[in-house]
Design a binder for this molecule. Structure first.
Ligand SMILES: *[C@@H]1O[C@H](CO)[C@@H](O)[C@H](O)[C@H]1NC(C)=O
Ligand SMILES: *[C@@H]1O[C@H](CO)[C@@H](O)[C@H](O)[C@H]1NC(C)=O
Length: 353
C-alpha cells in the first residue's frame, strides 16, 4: 500500500476522532530545566565531534572539530560498534565540571533513506519495568543491546573513581540523540545517578506518551533542541488526536527559529512548554528540511565525507584498544595518564627521530 493511501487513512481516522471530541494530554507540571544557551553551544560541539572517523585524532582530541569550546577535553573511552555502525565516547570536561557522553547519529545509509524509514517505525517494545511505556526497538537496542552500553557504563565508573562525582552530560544528534536519551534514562534508573543532564539535537521521537511522561520524571534535566524546519524531530509522526497511542516527544523542547523580515531577521531560541509536543514550537511548522537537520547553532552535524562506517586509525593507537571477535572496538585510557603524554607518544611513534 502506498504511503499516500496510508496517510489518507490516518487523516480520515483523525476526523472520526475529532468529531468524537476529547483530547488526551500528557499531564505536566511546569517547573523544569533551565535552558542554558552557552552549555548548548558547547554540547553541540561534542555531538559534532563524535561523527569524526579518524579515531586517533578523536581519541587524542586533536581532530578538526575538537578545538574551540571543547578544548582540553579528555576522552576516557571511545567505543565503535562496527557491527551496527555506532560510535560514542565518554570523557571529562573540567571546564564545565562534567563527564560528557556523546553518541554519533546514523552513518550507514543515505540520510534520505534513513529519514524515510523513520516514518514507519513502530512502537514495538515495552520499556522494561514501565507499565504502558512503549518505545521503538531499534533505538532501544542501539544503546542497550550492542557493545555501546557496557563500554559507556564502565567508563563512567572509571571517570567517577578518578575524578569523584561530577555532573554527567549526555548528548547526541539525530539517532545519537535517541541513544543519549536512553543512556540518560539508564544512568538515572540503573546507575542511580542524581546528576544526569541530557541535551539532544534534532532527535526523532522514541516512545509513546506514557514513556515520555515517565522519562520526564526520571530525567527531568533534559533539553531537546529542534532547529527551524528540521524534518527528523517530526518523525515518527505524532497525531494530536491519538496522543496516547502514537509516538510522543518528551519535554523539554527548545526550538531554534528565525523571525523578522529582510535584513532584520534574527534567531529566536524558544523554550517550549512541558508537554513535549508544544504546538507553538517545531510542531507549528512543517518538518521538510534536511539541511536544517545537519547544522545546529552553526555547527555541522554529520560525517566529514561520504556517509559510511569507515574508520581511520593509526595502528599504534591499538595499544589502547581491544576488539571483540566481531571487530567492535573499544579504546580506553587511564584517566591518570595525561592526554598530553599520549599525544607526544603518538607523535614520537609517527616520526621516530
Ligand atoms: C551555563 O553553562 C555554562 C557552561 O557550563 C556555565 O558556565 C554557566 O554558569 C551556566 N549559566 C547558568 C545561568 O547556569
Ligand atoms: C541482542 O543482540 C544479540 C546479539 O547481537 C542478538 O542475538 C539478539 O537477538 C538481540 N536481542 C534482541 C531482542 O534483539
Amino acid at each position: 500500500m502506498g504511503k499516500i493511501k496510508w496517510l489518507l487513512l490516518i487523516i480520515c481516522s483523525c476526523f472520526v476522532v475529532l468529531s468524537g471530541g476529547r483530547e488526551l494530554k500528557v499531564k505536566h507540571k511546569d517547573h523544569l530545566p533551565i535552558y542554558n544557551h552557552t552549555l548548548a553551544t558547547i554540547l553541540v560541539e561534542y555531538a559534532s565531534a563524535v561523527y569524526m572517523s579518524d579515531l586517533t585524532e578523536l581519541f587524542t582530541w586533536t581532530c578538526s572539530r575538537c578545538d574551540d569550546l571543547t578544548k582540553g577535553f579528555e576522552i576516557i573511552e571511545l567505543v565503535v560498534d562496527i557491527q551496527h555502525c555506532l560510535q560514542g565516547f565518554v570523557g571529562v570536561a573540567k571546564d564545565i565540571n562534567a563527564i560528557v557522553i556523546a553518541f554519533r547519529g546514523t552513518q550507514e545509509h543515505s540520510i534520505q533513506n534513513w529519514i524515510e524509514d523513520l516514518f514507519w517505525k513502530q512502537l514495538d517494545l515495552n520499556y522494561p519495568d514501565m507499565p504502558d511505556a512503549m518505545v521503538h526497538h531499534g533505538f532501544y537496542y542501539a544503546y542497550h543491546n550492542t557493545t555501546i552500553r557496557p563500554a559507556i557504563l564502565t567508563a563512567v565508573k572509571r571517570a567517577e573513581k578518578f575524578y569523584g562525582t561530577m555532573n554527567i552530560m549526555v548528548t547526541g544528534h539525530s539517532m545519537g540523540g535517541a541513544m543519549a536519551a536512553f543512556c540518560g534514562l539508564d544512568l538515572a534508573v540503573n546507575h542511580r545517578a542524581q546528576n544526569v543532564q541530557v541535551m539532544t539535537f534534532g532527535q526523532p521521537r522514541i516512545g509513546n506518551a506514557a514513556f515520555a511522561s515517565r522519562y520526564k520524571k526520571l530525567v527531568p534535566n533534559t533539553i531537546r533542541v529542534t532547529n527551524e524546519h528540521d524534518i527528523v524531530p517530526h518523525y515518527p509522526p505524532y497525531y494530536r488526536h491519538f496522543s496516547q497511542k502514537t509516538y510522543h516527544h518528551f519535554a523539554r523542547e527548545v526550538w531554534l527559529y528565525s523571525t523578522g523580515l529582510g535584513s532584520l531577521v534574527y534567531k529566536v531560541e524558544k523554550v517550549c512548554d512541558g508537554s513535549g509536543e508544544d504546538p507553538s514550537c517545531s510542531n507549528s511548522v512543517t518538518g521538510n528540511s534536511i539541511s536544517d537537520h545537519l547544522a545546529y547553532y552553526g555547527v555541522e552535524l554529520c560525517g566529514e565525507t561520504s556517509r559510511s562506517c569507515k574508520i581511520i586509525m593509526d595502528p599504534r593507537i591499538m595499544d589502547y584498544g581491544i576488539t571483540d571477535f566481531r571487530g567492535n572496538l573499544v579504546l580506553s585510557r587511564d584517566p591518570a595518564v595525561p592526554l598530553l603524554k599520549l599525544n607526544t607518544q603518538l607523535d614520537n611513534d609517527r616520526n621516530p627521530l
